[in-house]
Design a protein around this ligand. Structure first.
Ligand code: NAD
Length: 488
């Protein structure tokens, strides 16, 4: 698409936003319902696009793409009226008589950029959140998942007018043209390197951003872990979408005393869950030849204890376990994003924590343990986006908690209320009454100004006299009177 065309779409969206058309909550609800209906009606078409791009099984497509999107739209439909209401907050005593409240306000025209690995689940939920919050939205999908990108475009363009939500496909040129535009918010999901570029471009216009990035997410298996469960859930978490998952367990630290037993169980689990990976129709493929070669190049065959084979024709790579891995190995130098499990051995948990803390803050961290002390030690020492205890991956699939990274793995969160908040500016308003106006704060100043300011503010003698908690200040004059008489 040409630069001028992209510019025209952005300008049209800005005009549409300014017309106020997206601010009516009933209108938003109407569009959210259409999204839901479309997904329910076209479940098999969505699954077919995901199969074509990533070889995803219908089960994985439903569990981690379709169901997650439906949960997000259901959450917004259920909660949008509550979320869009103004919220009254306490007014400090010195600002009486006033009504203080926060007003949820959409940013305006937002840009959502998504990756290829969960091309439906990482594109539609931010659109749902942006629309629920009252924004117009331009969506840029990844060129690496063309079938799902086309489906997303057909879907959103059949539901929304272009000035409300529009989808731009394409590659490098379109990305550059888009980032030259001034948006009111940018929501980006993808790699760290591109994330840095987005942040730099956003800084030129002081545009706020959410960055959902990736990195190397550790898994720790300690000597108290339930080993069979740990092996089963680790293999599941790594095998999902053949490791092309931002929160996939990237590498595993295993306590020396249980390592041999654990690795035997991991190998058994791989065979039990996937059988012959290269000929398993439910086992996905690597997205393209470039990534296939990159993942294959991370396998050091002298360290492979299971798997290691691949098929360039189908871009499938066996679930591979590498033992005796160190931080000097190629596989530990970058996010793997493929079905390789590097195993590192440890004796002291403190050493593992020190190694994790030396590096970028992970998007996810998993610990398999039955020791509360060990779990607490890891959680209180390490900074990471989110994670699970005795499980992998699943903390992402909920609307009750936010999802996002920290430090190098991202900034900002979404899903459920966090998603609505991401695309909302909460405007703080003090509505001051006009029927009374105490003159003590105005010039010319005298001793009374200081006396009033000392005594009518937080921690003042009046508050102390009334035994009022400064955090639960009364909200209005009537409340204050009620509070005073109750105290009496
Ligand atoms: P990517 O950064 O290459 O691409 C993401 C998006 O940015 C795509 O839409 C792409 O078209 C666009 N893009 C690529 N290069 C660009 C450039 N130079 N300028 C502007 N835009 C550009 O990421 P990817 O390969 O599609 O996805 C894999 C990465 O994403 C992994 O690092 C993974 O961990 C991360 N990821 C994070 C999450 C999360 O929720 N935190 C989810 C999925 C993937």
């Amino acid at each position: 698409m040409e630069k001028q065309q992209i510019h025209a779409i952005v300008e049209n969206q800005k005009a549409y936003f300014d017309s106020g058309a997206t601010k009516c909550v009933d209108v938003r609800i109407g569009y959210l319902k259409k999204i839901k209906e479309y997904i329910i009606k076209n479940e098999s078409t969505i699954a077919a696009a995901l199969k074509a791009d990533l070889g995803k099984s219908a089960y994985e497509s439903y569990l981690c793409e379709i169901a997650v999107v439906l949960a997000e739209v259901n959450y917004m439909l259920k909660n949008i009226r509550r979320l869009t209401k103004n919220k009254t907050v306490p007014t400090p005593f010195g600002q009486q008589l006033s009504h203080s409240y926060v007003r949820p306000t959409p940013y305006g025209t937002v840009l959502v950029m998504s990756p290829w690995n969960y091309p439906f689940m990482l594109t539609i939920p931010p659109v749902i959140d942006a629309v629920a919050a009252g924004n117009t939205c331009i969506v840029k999908t990844s060129a690496y998942s063309p079938n799902t990108s086309k489906l997303v475009k057909d879907m959103l363009e059949s539901i929304f007018p272009q000035e409300y939500v529009s989808v731009i496909t394409g590659g490098r040129e379109e990305n550059t043209y888009l980032l030259d535009e001034k948006f009111d918010y940018i929501f980006f999901t993808g790699s760290k390197n591109v994330g840095k570029l987005i942040l730099r471009k956003a800084a030129e216009n002081l545009t706020p951003v959410t960055l959902e990035l990736g990195g190397k997410s550790p898994t720790i298996v300690d000597e108290t872990a339930s080993l069979r469960i740990a092996a089963r859930r680790l293999v599941f978490g790594k095998g999902f979408n053949v490791g092309q998952t931002c929160v996939a367990p990237d590498y595993v630290y295993v306590h020396r005393s249980i390592k041999d037993k654990f690795l035997t169980l991991v190998k058994e689990e791989i065979t039990r869950q996937f059988g012959d990976c290269l000929n398993n129709e439910y086992y996905g493929c690597i997205i393209n030849d470039k990534h296939f070669e990159r993942v294959c190049s991370l396998i050091d065959h002298s360290k492979v204890i299971h798997g290691g084979k691949s098929d360039p024709a189908t871009r499938k790579i066996q679930m591979t376990v590498m033992d005796n891995v160190t931080w000097d190995d190629a596989v530990m130098k970058e996010e793997i994003f493929g079905p390789i499990i590097p195993v590192l051995t440890y004796d002291r948990l403190d050493d593992v924590i020190a190694e994790i803390k030396k590096r970028d803050k992970p998007l996810a961290l998993y610990i398999f343990s039955s020791s509360k002390a060990n779990i607490e030690k890891v959680h209180s020492s390490c900074s990471f986006g989110g994670g699970c205890i005795n499980e992998t991956d699943i903390h992402v699939i909920t609307t009750a908690m936010g999802f996002g990274g920290v430090g190098e793995s991202g900034m900002g969160q979404y899903h459920g209320k966090d998603g609505f908040d991401t695309f909302t500016h909460y405007t703080s308003i003090v509505d001051k009454k006009t029927w009374i106006d105490l003159g003590q704060r105005y010039q010319p100043y005298n001793k009374m100004n200081l006396w009033f300011s000392r005594n009518l503010n937080f921690g003042s003698t009046i508050h102390k006299t009334l035994k009022m908690d400064c955090n639960t200040l009364p909200n209005s004059f009537n409340e204050l009177l009620g509070f005073y008489f109750r105290k009496k």
